[in-house]
Write a protein that binds this ligand. Sequence first.
Ligand code: NAD
Length: 516
Amino acid sequence: MTLIEHWIDGRAHASASGRTGRVFDPAKGVVQHEVVLADPAEIEAAVAAASRAYPAWRDTSIAKRSQILFAFRELLNARKGELAEILTSEHGKVLSDAAGEIARGLEVVEFALSFPHLLKGEYSENVSTGVDVYSLRQPLGVVGIISPFNFPAMVPMWFFPIALAAGNTVVLKPSEKDPSAANWMASLLTEAGLPDGVFNVLHGDKLAVDGLLEHPDVKSISFVGSTPIAKYIYETAARNGKRVQALGGAKNHMLVLPDADLDLAADAAINAGFGSAGERCMAISVLVIVDGPLPAGSRASRSDGAAEPVGTVGDALIAKITERMATLKVGDGRRSCDMGPLITGEHRDKVASYLDLAVEDGADLVVDGRGVQPDGEADGFWLGPTLVDKVPTTSRVYTDEIFGPVLLIVRVATYADGVELINSSEFGNGTAIFTNDGGAARRFQNEVEVGMIGINVPIPVPVSYYSFGGWKNSLFGDTKAYGPDAFHFFTRQKAVTSRWLDPSHGGINLGFPQNS
Ligand code: NAD
């Protein structure tokens, strides 16, 4: 068993805290590593290294910073297979999904490389006679990033490429459940030529997080995780005078109108509901079906050519989904399966407990994933794809974020009922509408109170040159991740008013400056 140590000042940093956390291989159900958990001296060491490195990094030329980030991009692209294996072995997601996570992280690295353009200031000549005004964007200093278990590579990459490009130094506190990806990326940054201390990894739990939230030399916090912790981070960081963006949990609804292509909708529900075992903040967890008789000439015919399903739109869509669920292969992500295990046994049991609750609350368990036969070790943290119909919206099964392979179905009578349901959720991360009616889709994008919308697209994660973030309890703060918002977040603006002396403009005047 290996010990995963901090990465401080360009090298592994041994811990003397005496505290460690366990890192599982979720497909085997065994502990494969231990990770150190920081004590106050180690928090101080990480922040001090970043503080020492800051002045030189801030003053490193745009050309040099570009070269280093380009080199990182090239190394990451060449060696992404190694990182995918780390992700699969500690998180459990299948290798193809791990590759997708890295690809979306690489996109942000590539976007960050446009920083010379995005850091340009503004210039206004002769705002008053002989006076010019211009603005500069400057880095903040040491920035803290705190990331969740479900995207151990991509979520840190939502932030650090942009923070570094803008001239900040970084302390990353990754999830203690799958910490190796952070060290791997740190060592790759060093190989790319990043000076020591510019990027540091501090492993730990609440103690490390609180240390960053309270440290006067940490100027901003970028957090991604569950809603209760996001709210705590937002409040605590703000109280300590820091700039903060805290992205929280989700319960994403996919609204299916009766005119939708039901085969497309069924594929989308499967992919977005069960990909990464439902452990994605953009997973679809509730399918809202505007139910009623199948429209005449609807495209509800079965793909296998069997008889047209009878019943309502909801019945037809559920038939198509269950048909597809039966084909999903659950197992070890290294064995070309569709879906891997959950992150820990404890989390698997918590997710499974919602299935009992669903039945108690009167829902209909259409497919129960507890009986799954995985292609993997018996002790892995397995739970198969699960489908629950007729879920009462008062049940905790509906209101809580479950974060597992559990797709809920709520049937509503009209489009308006569907939108009202979505808008009454405490979360507002992502949502999708499936329809062939452009007017309905346009109305939906206007009316729905959610930060990221898909139209016939189930996981509408914006490309890297737009910004990522939800509304309501899915994002605390006013700045989203990556895209143009990120350059705002990781820089401070200065406005300079300058006049090169002209003796004719001299003279004493105590009045407030006026432009002439
Ligand atoms: P989590 O909130 O448990 O942990 C996130 C981070 O906070 C970790 O680094 C953890 O060490 C730290 N942390 C945990 N408890 C803490 C405490 N009491 N005080 C201070 N720090 C604490 O989240 P998770 O289980 O790792 O990740 C899953 C959650 O993240 C889900 O809710 C998911 O929706 C959310 N998520 C959101 C987005 C988004 O963009 N909105 C993206 C990915 C994940």
